[in-house]
Design a protein. Sequence first.
Length: 252
Amino acid sequence: MILHAQANTGQVDFPWLVFLHGFSGDCREWQAVGEAFPEFSRLYIDLPGHGGSADISVSGFDDVSDLLRNTLLSYNILNYWLVGYSLGGRVAMMAACQALPGLCGLVVEGGHPGLQSENERTQRRLSDGRWAARFRTEPLREVFNDWYQQPVFSSLNVAQREALVGMRSQNNGQTLAAMLEATSLAVQPDLRAQLTTRTFPFYYLCGERDDKFRALAMEMSVPNHVIRNAGHNAHRENPAGVVDCLAQILRR
């Protein structure tokens, strides 16, 4: 089985850019950034439970990594960068730590490397369980109205929040809930040690108003880039800033 994706081809001697969206997003999420790099072939993936992959269910990160590996092979993608936001960043880090063949480098925007205590895991499991129950039983617009009131999204203004709620409410609540539980931070291992001993380039991006993830970036001791005039969803709030940052990384 493979994941639904959209592919746009570039020059054959350039590596691919493989984009992974955040929770409740889809393959369109990264296109404003990716299409600024026409010389690179681009693959925009729908993660399980989302978009064209909504009917694909997984039991955990290992299943997601297997699907990602199969999808890359199906497109004959042998050299590539993984570029992931939030959930997509966590999927990218997990896959990279499992020695994904052909990986040239990793760019993560606002992705969590993993919780470090059992108490944090317990709290996250309870929190994600409550959100999953709401996604399964309540109108999505109501759930996302509350979802985007979480502290990590505090930099959004009213118009930005309403736009995201309208967009995300087109999802399937049942499949979102299943993916939320399968890939919860509560079940993700702490990847800090593995990422420290990596053999591939790894760059971390976060919005200047995203205090939580700026602090995490400092913890990880990897090259990190702060995107001006943006919060947690930097590539949506300041796509030009993320394009400039990604261009610098790829030139190296």
